[in-house]
Design a protein around this ligand. Structure first.
Ligand code: SF4
Length: 294
């Protein structure tokens, strides 16, 4: 059966969101240049085979796990043909430590057969890539970005989490078809350093803007982060309710980490007592996410 590649309509982003994109990208790239992770599959000059092997291994497992297995996998199975020749049982056994071994083995072998039928070449359009077995929106984007230098966003649960916390929530449950998230991520990675912007978002999601408890005080983006600002406001407002009878009332001001203190009609600016607190939250559930490489 032919798979349908869905074309999403452009979402009309708020001016306030559009306005923060350049700052987000620049701060993130500066952070990535000193703190970004290096992996063997990020080295320059990787072949189509090496790129696809990495993306399939990374499905629903951590980059750290794949890092130790990647080069060994390429030594053992150096080509599409090697994957066609190996028995399914042997391949599954080898993939066991990485999880989803049955599905990954099936994808490797059916994709290897399909690519061999094309004389080892890969198409360069999304619609054709997504016709190949095991290739969905995320892996097609990774191929277009890495091999064909097209500014495609690698939208997975990690990227989604970072963008939603910084810019605001998505509109639909399924991140692959959310027009807001897809439009926003495309605008963000539309840059001369598209590949690094993508990696920077994924690395920030893995190291700082973590699933569960984001390490906001270590984050280069917190000065303009929506989540951080809202969380800070909530932390400040809580004591207000508890001291309603007190003569001094704290009112949150518009600038970050600052609140005003009104006493007997006068107003003065004071530092927020919560500006040094580590912030945390339960992560928004991600529904029907396509992949989870970190
Ligand atoms: S400030 Fe916190 S919530 Fe915002 S992007 Fe950084 S780590 Fe994530």
């Amino acid at each position: 059966m032919t798979k349908q590649s869905r074309i999403l309509p452009e979402y009309d982003l708020d001016f306030e969101v559009v306005n923060r994109i350049p700052w987000f990208r620049e701060e993130l790239l500066a952070w990535f240049d000193s703190q970004g992770r290096s992996f063997p599959w990020r080295e320059q000059g990787r072949t189509a085979y090496e790129v696809l092997v990495a993306e399939i291994l990374l499905q629903r497992t951590t980059a750290a796990k794949v890092a130790w297995a990647y080069n060994a996998f390429l030594d053992r199975y150096p080509s599409w043909n090697a994957l066609v020749q190996v028995s399914s049982e042997n391949l599954q056994e080898y993939l066991k430590p990485l999880g989803l071994w049955l599905q990954k083995a099936q994808v490797f072998q059916s994709l290897a057969t399909a690519v061999e039928e094309r004389a080892d070449s890969l198409p360069s359009s999304r619609s054709e890539l997504e016709q190949l077995p095991g290739i969905g929106q995320y892996i097609a984007s990774a191929v277009l970005l890495t091999l064909y230098n097209q500014p495609e966003p690698l939208v997975d649960v990690n990227m989604s989490r970072v963008l939603e916390r910084f810019f605001g929530s998505r509109k639909l449950a399924d991140i692959r078809y959310d027009p807001y998230l897809q439009t926003l991520s495309r605008r963000i990675v539309n840059s001369e350093r598209s590949l690094q912007v993508n990696w920077a978002i994924l690395d920030l999601g893995a190291l700082v803007c973590k699933n569960g408890t984001p390490l906001c005080l270590q984050c280069p983006l917190r000065a303009k982060c929506k989540f951080y600002k809202q969380r800070t406001l909530r932390q400040v407002e809580l004591p207000i309710a508890r001291v309603a009878e007190a003569t001094t009332v704290y009112v949150v001001a518009s600038s970050e980490d600052v609140c005003t203190s009104r006493t007997s009609g006068s107003t003065e600016i004071v530092s927020s007592p919560y500006s040094d607190l580590e912030l945390s939250m339960d992560d928004t559930p991600m529904v029907d996410a396509p992949s989870t490489p970190e």
